[in-house]
Design a binder for this molecule. Sequence first.
Ligand code: GUN
Length: 292
Amino acid sequence: MQLIDGKLTSQAIKQEIAAEVQQMAAQGQKKPHLAAILVGNDGGSETYVAAKIKACEEVGFNSSLIRFDASVTEAELLDAVKKLNEDADVDGFIVQLPLPKHISEEKVTEAIDPRKDVDGFHPQNLGRMITGAPAFVSATPQGIMELLKRYQIDTKGKHVVVIGRSNIVGRPMSILLSLKGTPGDATVTVCHSRTANLKELCLQADIIVAALGIPEFLKADMVKDGAVVIDVGTTRVASTETKSGWRLKGDVDFAGVSPKCSYITPVPGGVGPMTIVSLLMNTLKAAKKEIY
Ligand code: GUN
């Protein structure tokens, strides 16, 4: 069994990005600039956005944080999106989700200029991704694709079972892996809460992507010998062993499953650290006009 080390990989990618930013600066180009809109003070969102801003600093990007009170109106938020769309200095930006209930996430997401949509949530980017055209791909699926690529995990002709059909992980993951390319060219089965024979399907899988959000859901008796297991779960569970009072649990029963695997991602330190790095990669692509 080999661990897929997302922490190490993400550090290596950050160094690559930092080197490229230095090169851009040496050629007199401006630094890539990521902006983030944060509404309200949800603890999780605060943590994620702070980590994204910190990651920008680490690689030499410029960053801006635009904060709104939870009482902000949809019109005010749409106006802020419009301003960022029109700000030539901003290469890419995100609106951290979830938004308060009185604001339509769909409307806000669709208001973002697809050329600056480094989260890859805009329907234009999703549509392009489905056809295999250049597109901003959302952070988690892109991070997983990067891990598969860098660990040279063979996906061609393999049977991949994706557990979970969310718009930001399961569904894009299933599409990316079925597209032509490396990684890609896989035969993909998408499973979800209504799937009748999940265990049988998982036992046929060469690669399992567990992205359903139920801690330790995938057990050893659902995994065939030599399978590759990608754990996307990040559920916070109470813990007396950490200062914060919680720790992250994946969707995979790591102790039981890992001895059967050829490769497996741990939680924490697997897919998680790759997500922020994916956002940085997208911001660099936006600055270099690589997609549009
Ligand atoms: N909320 C949870 N994950 C994400 C993400 O990747 N992007 C945004 N904008 N909001 C999120």
